[in-house]
Every structure is written in C-alpha cells, then in structure tokens.
Design a binder for this molecule. Structure first.
Ligand code: DGJ
Length: 712
C-alpha cells in the first residue's frame, strides 16, 4: 500500500486542497477525499499514515448505479419518476466520541436533484484497529422510490494480487476454509436462504493484498464480517486495471425495497480490521472488539453445562431428567440444559413431526411442569436452561390450526417442509408479539431459568407473507422482525445467557451476537471434525462464544474429544452414567482444569501456531494479556508412522520471564511422556527455540494440553 501511495505521489496525483476525511485506528487509516465535482472518493486504506499527503481520486466511496460507475454499485435507486440513477454529493461530515472510547464519523451525502440523502457511518475502535461501517438511505421525494442495491460498505484496493479466504460448508461441516487468488471479474459469496442463512456460506472473509496469501504472522490483509442474520452478499470485483472493488451488505436478490416519502433504510454493520502482519493479529483484534463491544456480556464468565440432546433425544421423562441433574452435579458443570422434546399438549413432541409453536409443557413426560424441574435442579445445586425454536411451526400443532395466516407459505403451491416444519411470518407484528410472549411467559413462570438455547432448523423456501404489501420485503423485514423481538426480550432480560443455534452453525454473525452470549458451531461434535470447524470460527469469534461439547460422536478417545472441547466454551452432551470410573474421574478433573483456565481461554489472546490445513496436526494457544498464564492445545490428527514434527515456537509470552510447563488433562494414573513436563524455560527459549509439543512420533488422534505459568 505504501509503495502504491509513493507511486501516486511520484506521478503527481497529489491533490491540492481537496477536502479530506480521515478515519483512523491505532494502525490503520481510511481516507476519503471530496472531488471537485463534490463526490466522495476513497483515497487510501491501509497502514496508518502519519503525514497529510494522500493520493487523490481513486474510486467513488459509495458508488451509485446509473451514472458513470461501470461495476457492481454500492447503491441503486429507482426514483418515483422512473429515473434509475443517483449522484451523491458531499454535504458535511460530523465526528462524535462515544463513551466507550470509539469515534464515529458520519459523512452526509445528497443527490441535489432527487434530494435522496445517504449518510455513511464509520465507527472506529482505535485500540482494536477495527472499523464498523453502515449506511442510512433516506427518501426525500414526495412519492415511493425503490432500492435494489444497498451495501453496508464499499471498499477499493490496489495490489499486485488479491487472495480471498472464504468459509463455506453445509450442515455438520460448517466454516470450512478455502483460499484462492481472485482474477478479473466478479466473485460473489452470498446467501438466499432467508433464515438459517449461513447453512452453506458464511459472511466472514479475509482479503490478502500482495504476491502471496497471508500467513498467521505475515501479510497485509483485511478481515471482514457482515453483522447480519439474513441474506447477505459479499462482492469482490476486479476491473480492467486490476483494482478490486468490494461491496458487502444485504443481498438484493428478490429484495427490491420500497421506501415511502421520508422513510429511511438502515443497512447492517460491516465490521473490518486491517492487519499488516497476518491473520493472527486480525483475529485478535476481532476477538478483543467482540468481547468488549460486539457480543452480549462478552467479558463475563460463561457457564459450563450438560445438555441432554445427544444422550436422550426427545425420549425422556421427569425422573430421568431429575437423575440427569444429579449427573450434572457429579460431573461438576454449572448447568443442565434441557433440549428439544419437552413441549406440546394436544400434539406432544415425541419426534420432529409435531408441536413446534405449542410452547406448553408436555404433561405426559413432565407432569409437574417446568417449574418442578427448575426447583429440583436448584435442590441439586445446578442451574437450569431450556431449548426453544420460537420462529418455527409444525403443520401438526395447535398454533398452525389456530393461526394458519401466521405461517409463511405460497398460495396455490404445496407447502415445502424441511424437518417437517414451516417458518412463522415474523414480518407480522402479531407474530412478533407471540414470540416475545413465549419467552416472557417462560421467565415469568420460572424466574430462575438460567439459559436459553434458541434454535432455528430450516431455511426459507416457498415463502410468501400474507401480511406484507410488497413480497420483496419479506427477507429483510423478517430479519428486522427477529431483531425487534430480540431487542424487546433483551430490554426485559438483559443478562441471561442465550445460545444462538441453527441446526448447528446455520446462523453465526455479529448481528445476532448482540443478543446472544455464545453460539452452537455445528451438530458435528466428532473431535477430529471439530478441530477444523472450531479453527474456522476462531478466525472471527473469540473462544467464549464458541460452544464446544464433549459427546459420543467420533471414534477418538474421551481425552481427545475433551481436549478439543476445552479450547472453546466447554460443555457436555453425553451419557455421564455410562462413563467408566476412570472416565468420570478424568472428566471431573477436566472440568476443574477448565474452570481454572477459563479466564485465559475465554479472555486471552489466541495464537494459532500450526494449522490443520497445513499439517497433520493442529496447535494453538491462549495467553492472557499480562503474559503470566497461558495454555496450549495440540491435536495430532492423521499422524503417520514415525512422523517427525518440528519444534513449535510459542507466542504471546514475555521473553524475559520464566515459565513452568505442566501437562494437564491426563487420564487417571497416566504419566506425562513429555520431556519438558514440569520443567522451567524462559519465554525467550519457548518463543525462539520452541518445544516438541508432542512426545516423539505421536499416534494419530492423540492430544496434549499444557498449562504454562509464569514463575517469579
Ligand atoms: C438442532 C441443534 O443443532 C441440536 O443441538 C438440537 O438442539 C436439535 N436441533 C434439537 O431439535
């Protein structure tokens, strides 16, 4: 970037007195200039500039369709008279400081002919090197206008090459990482699924600028994520002179949005951080921001738990659950989480073909109701949490019989079921009230419910709202309706931990995480698969949001599966009663270890040391910001016969200080086979020479957890 800047200086592109707007963080500058034509141009994005010489005109900051921008626009509006163009001219910019230390710059633009106003907001978090940006679009005409493109942000880049790291997958294989060089033309990553919008693709990415892809510690890149829970679209378009134009926002697919006179459209937030030393820094910036500003109660401790889904499915009764409270206590975790299958009166929920929408307790399974469960959990000294899937309805339910008009479904077409269920019409305020009342009633009747798992198990297909005037508003108004409900719930119940779940990780984004404390990354809890899935999420989300449960999926040892789960937010979803004596003792100790280490795991800085995408093993560590406590997780994946692994250099420690290394999470009576166990090394040694991490020639699917403690 600096090179390009110098080049532009040397060929005389420097502007004279054009007005400049700077958005700075500790290490990044985003600079705009107002052209002689009063339009706003992106002048620079990259490593922070100290001097006030900036390149002149590059590309219009928020390029509009219909005038002279020849590529995918940030915005397209058709005016009341049918004119499909916008010419946005700079009016003013206003800077304000928020109490949380962030700085907000609002740039006001206006079409002088049609009076449309667009305000670009940039909120910068200096210490996290992070910028959050969104736009407000206001119709000042006397009649309705229509928007077809409405990006949250547009950014332009000039580099020799561009490498896109994207994340995609499916149910049970979320956040698989792929990296490729972008070439001329357009690459689009999007979702048209409406709800469970990330089932196939995720709205998080890296763009590396330079001759080769970035590594953990090298390379100039932008990490971006769209804070939106509905259809999204990320565009990357390289033009004829190798400039990359990128735009991020709500997907315009089937979503023309009509704005009445005086109405505004607010886009979701696009969040990005710029790193000039690799992906590790970018992730740490995002994690720090997320915990402090982005995620509900991001700096508060999280509850460990025992969930019953994998162990019982929907087949349970009151006595069984009461026994499970006992198991919860025995294991040493904080809470029991009751999953799907507890509700339905006329149609009891014994399988997934009925009952969604009927959120009254199934008296056959649970004759004394939820309050009895809450009380008996309390008597065993464990907290109680409960599963809901409030946005959905089963055709076989009392709700559907009573309110068929509340269901999204096409007239004159057959219903298309997924998991035997349909989506409720959250664009309708009555449906929003109903969903709010489900949660409100549950808490009113059981004030000590300590946790909600909020699930969402289908995408939108064959959708049609009987409530909406414009069907093209459905996707957008649905998501807005969902946020309105969540806002209402949170204003009454601000601090109860909620898990964001969508048939696994079908819905993981910072738009929803404003209301949720954590998310369910995947139904796939096989230890080997989870190494990759959690690795993928770790690029954008801190460990305290990544729920990781020990289950009986996967053929690896209990130790391996536990060690994998411990690198996230630990929980269990397994039949504890079937543990052998040793397995139980091991697990009880693992829970104690996790509790001791939870501050460093959940709040510490993450260092990804060896990637499973590049090696037959994965190694990562967390270190607290005082560099006194750290923990390392090493997973041998498909290690082959006599595979020799290089020494691993640790990170995040103080070179001048000494550290004691202790292997933890050993099975009862097992002795550590690591040469450095219980020994003391300097930070300098650990970070420059490194350690073997595993024993020599480790077997596949084995693991090591190492506690690293500064000593005086
Ligand atoms: C999908 C979730 O991902 C699972 O954890 C479980 O809650 C089931 N739904 C219950 O139906």
């Amino acid at each position: 970037m600096k090179k390009l800047f110098l080049l532009l200086v040397s060929i005389g592109y420097l502007s004279s007195s054009a007005q400049t707007i700077r958005i700075d963080t500790k290490n990044t500058s985003l600079i705009f200039k107002v052209g002689n034509n009063k339009r706003l141009y992106q002048s620079y994005l990259g490593v922070k500039l100290e001097l006030d010489n900036y390149p002149d005109v590059r590309t219009e900051a928020y390029a509009a369709a219909g005038m002279n921008f020849e590529f995918e626009p940030a915005i397209r509006m058709v005016h009341a008279d049918g004119n499909p163009s916008l010419e946005l001219k700079y009016l003013k910019d206003v800077v304000k400081t928020h109490v949380d230390g962030s700085l907000q710059t609002d740039i006001f633009l206006k079409d002088e002919v049609y009076q449309t106003e667009v305000t670009l907001h940039f909120q910068s978090y200096p210490d996290q090197d992070l910028i959050k940006t969104w736009a407000d679009i206001k119709n000042n005409e006397k009649k309705e206008v229509v928007l077809t493109n409405f990006a949250s942000a547009m950014l332009h880049f000039n580099a020799e090459k561009y490498w896109l790291t994207q994340f995609h997958g499916d149910w049970a294989k979320e956040m698989q990482m792929d990296e490729q060089e972008l070439t001329s033309g357009m690459k689009v990553i999007d979702s048209k699924l409406g709800v469970r919008a990330n089932k196939y693709r995720h709205p998080h990415f890296f763009i590396t600028l330079g001759s080769r892809p970035a590594t953990e510690n090298q390379g100039e890149l932008l990490a971006g994520t769209l804070a939106y829970t509905g259809n999204f679209r990320l565009n990357f378009e390289i033009d004829q002179v190798n400039t990359l134009h990128a735009a991020f926002g709500i997907n315009g697919y089937a979503s023309e949005y009509y704005l009445k006179p005086n109405e505004s459209f607010t886009t979701p937030e696009f969040i990005f951080t710029y790193s000039h030393n690799g992906k590790g820094t970018a992730s740490r910036n995002l994690h720090d921001w997320a915990r402090k500003f982005g995620v509900m109660d991001g700096q508060k401790p999280r509850l460990t738990l025992l969930n019953n889904w994998e162990a019982t499915g929907m087949k349970f009764d009151q006595a069984q659950l009461t026994n499970l409270f006992q198991e919860t206590k025995k294991l040493g975790v904080d809470m029991f989480l009751l999953d799907d299958g507890w509700f339905g009166d006329k149609y009891p929920r014994d399988n997934d073909r009925t009952s969604l929408g009927d959120w009254m307790v199934d008296k056959k399974k649970l004759p004394d109701g939820i309050s009895y469960l809450v009380k008996s959990a309390k008597a065993k000294d464990v907290k109680f949490g409960i599963w809901l899937e409030p946005e959905m309805v089963s055709p076989k339910s009392e709700l559907y019989e009573k309110h068929p008009e509340w269901v999204l479904k096409l007239p004159n077409r057959s219903e298309h079921l997924q998991r035997n269920q349909l989506v409720l019409d959250l664009t309708n305020p009555k449906v929003q009230d109903y969903i709010y009342s489900i949660v409100d009633k549950l808490f009113a009747e059981n004030p000590s419910i300590a946790y909600i798992k909020w699930d969402c198990n289908r995408t939108m297909t064959n959708e049609y709202s009987g409530f909406l005037k414009h069907q093209s508003h459905l996707y957008i108004d649905y998501t807005k309706g969902l946020y309105d409900v969540l806002k209402r719930i949170r204003s009454k119940y601000p601090h109860i931990p909620f898990m964001l779940c969508s048939g696994g990780g079908g819905r993981v984004d910072y738009g929803a995480l404003k209301y949720f404390t954590e998310f369910w990354p995947s139904d796939n809890t096989d230890g080997l698969e989870r190494v990759y899935i959690q690795w993928g999420y770790s690029y954008f989300f801190p460990a305290n949001t990544i729920s990781a449960h020990v289950t009986s999926w996967g053929k690896q040892s209990l130790k391996f599966r536990t060690d994998v789960a411990m690198s996230g937010k630990l929980g269990y979803d397994i039949n504890v009663a079937e543990f052998t004596k040793d397995e139980l003792a091991f697990s009880q100790q693992a829970v104690r270890n996790y509790k001791n280490l939870s501050v460093v795991i959940q709040q510490g800085n993450l260092y990804r040391l060896v990637s499973p995408y590049q090696s037959n093993r994965a190694v990562l560590m967390y270190a607290d910001s005082s560099k006194s406590n750290a923990v390392l997780f090493a997973y041998n994946l498909n290690s082959r016969y006599r595979t020799y692994y290089d020494l691993v250099k640790l990170e995040g420690l103080d070179p001048q200080k000494k550290y004691k290394l202790t292997e933890i999470n050993l099975m009862p009576n097992a002795k550590s086979q690591l040469s450095y166990n219980d020994k003391i090394y300097t930070g300098e040694y650990l970070m420059n020479i490194g350690i073997e991490v595993n024993k020599k020639y480790p077997e596949p699917l084995t693991s090591v957890v190492l506690e690293i403690k500064m000593i005086n």
